[in-house]
Design a protein around this ligand. Structure first.
Ligand SMILES: [Zn+2]
Length: 235
């Protein structure tokens, strides 16, 4: 099991020398790439990997998802789906050959309970109301609550950086989540409102037109969620 050290001690002023391959001058001139290289994390014996979490913003949004899986999908199964669908393509897509990641083994740098996870939701909620934590949601920086581990869940990098992702396990495209599951979701939303009373609470499909997540069949349960805007147009 590799060891991970998150947020390594201040990286020297020339971080590219720490990169396993080293960006060339042309890459270095690319502002969007340059902006990403001031923080890294170390994977034991494998070198330095980019720390995507450095793009974190203050906590402004909660995005609600469904997993579109069977209702007993395990956290490991969800993480594997995200690794296959998001992380591996990002690190191995020849059409998006970011020199900082292209061809490298994917590493999220997200370690929970001593294990690296590729899950992109902060919390999962099961039909029996059980809530799990897959990513550390918040961290306090200069008295402001920021997203700690950024989840790749919204299909929009800016939203990812400012949001907590909560996922109802199950496929609710044509069905309702259980009452217990919805109650747990409301409880979790209320918990995070303590950190930002003005947080925007939105379904995934409100921030991405490419999805119907968390489902179309939500007239039964949608009204009970404290969304921050009118969702009737999405039904
Ligand atoms: Zn979603």
């Amino acid at each position: 099991m590799p060891e991970f050290i998150l947020n390594p001690p201040e990286v020297e002023s020339t971080p590219p020398i720490l990169y396993p391959r080293g960006p060339n001058e042309k890459d270095w001139a690319n502002k969007s790439i340059r902006a990403r290289v001031d923080r890294w994390f170390w994977v034991y014996e494998k070198g330095w990997f980019i720390n995507w979490d450095q793009d974190r913003w203050p906590f402004l949004t909660i995005v609600v998802h469904h997993s579109e899986t069977k209702s007993d999908a395990t956290p490991d199964e969800i993480a594997q789906i995200h690794k296959n669908n998001l992380w591996i393509p990002c690190y191995q897509n020849p059409n998006d050959n970011d020199p900082y990641v292209f061809g490298l083994e994917p590493h999220s740098g997200h370690c929970i309970n001593g294990r690296e996870t590729f899950c992109c939701y902060h919390h999962l909620i099961y039909p029996d109301g059980k809530i799990t934590t897959e990513l550390q949601a918040l961290t306090k920086i200069n008295d402001v609550w920021f997203i700690d581990m950024v989840g790749w869940h919204a299909g929009d990098w800016a939203i990812n950086n400012q949001s907590i992702a909560i996922c109802l396990i199950g496929d609710y495209t044509y069905a309702d989540p259980s009452e217990t599951q919805v109650k747990a979701l409301i409880g979790l939303i209320n918990y995070y409102k303590m950190f930002n009373p003005n947080v925007a609470v939105v379904p995934h499909k409100k921030v991405s037109r490419r999805t119907i997540c968390p489902g179309n069949h939500w007239f039964g349960w949608e009204p009970s969620i404290p969304w921050t805007m009118d969702m009737s147009s999405l039904i």
